[in-house]
Design a protein around this ligand. Structure first.
Ligand SMILES: [Fe+2]
Length: 247
């Protein structure tokens, strides 16, 4: 991992690892609750570049009835972004996958082999906020037996998993699920309980991927602060973190 030397408050040299790859964001304009115009997309992409990102894998929501995004819609949007980046002279690689909501449509896409993946094998999915779906374990089995790797988006945000000892997370990891923390969670952006669980998941070394989950300029503003957070820096120094291996 590339290391940038910098001076801390005591004027002694410390090391701040760079985060080169983002694997979760909503930057394709007008197709979900993220960027709504190509100008907004470009502002967010430029902001991510300023933070040090070299590659952005953007992941629009796919949620039946709310965000009916197909691979064609997503790839058309990606093409627009790539053209805009080229004419703006921004130096960054942008790819697209999806953030699948755990619903019947997602389950069907798995069996129909129509999932949008990143790095050829990772499936980013999110769960309902209020309850754990009863089919979760079966669907994880279905994904892993197809030699794909399930990646749970922002596991720290599901309050029903905040059990003693965080055993719900351990069980998922034992089933082959990778855990993707949101960059803003450890700074308390979402809530105090989410912040606390984020810190614990980092401490246990259970976070496999870090995602900006960038939707808007407010997220960009707080991302700058998050990259200075000591828990995020601790995570960036952990060997299991996969982000920079996806370049
Ligand atoms: Fe997201």
């Amino acid at each position: 991992m590339k290391i940038l030397s910098w001076f801390n408050r005591n004027n002694s040299v410390s090391t701040k690892p760079l985060l080169n790859v983002d694997i979760h964001s909503h930057l394709i304009p007008g197709i979900d609750d993220g960027a709504q115009s190509i100008d907004e997309s470009l502002r967010l992409i430029r902001g991510l570049c300023d933070l040090g990102y070299k590659k952005i894998i953007t992941t629009p929501h796919v949620m039946l009835g709310t965000y009916n995004n197909t691979p064609e819609i997503i790839y058309n949007g990606l093409q627009k972004i790539r053209e805009a980046i080229k004419s703006s002279g921004i130096q960054v690689e942008v790819e697209a996958a999806a953030e699948y909501y755990f619903d019947d449509h997602f389950i069907k896409q798995i069996s129909d082999q129509k999932l949008l993946l990143f790095s050829d094998k990772y499936v980013l999915f999110e769960l309902p906020v209020m309850f754990k779906p009863p089919q979760l374990e079966d669907v994880i089995f279905e994904i892993t037996t197809r030699n794909l790797i399930p990646v749970l988006a922002h596991p720290e945000r599901y309050l029903y998993m905040h059990t003693k000892g965080l055993d719900a997370y351990e069980k998922l990891k034992n089933r082959g699920v990778l855990l993707q923390l949101n960059l803003l969670s450890p700074i308390g952006y979402y809530s105090k309980p989410i912040q606390n669980v984020s810190k614990q998941l980092i401490k246990y070394g259970w976070i496999d991927l870090l995602g900006s989950d960038m939707h808007n300029e407010k997220h960009l503003h707080f991302s700058k602060r998050a990259l200075e957070d000591k828990h995020i820096i601790e995570l960036l120094n952990q060997p299991q973190l996969l982000n920079n291996k996806l370049i």
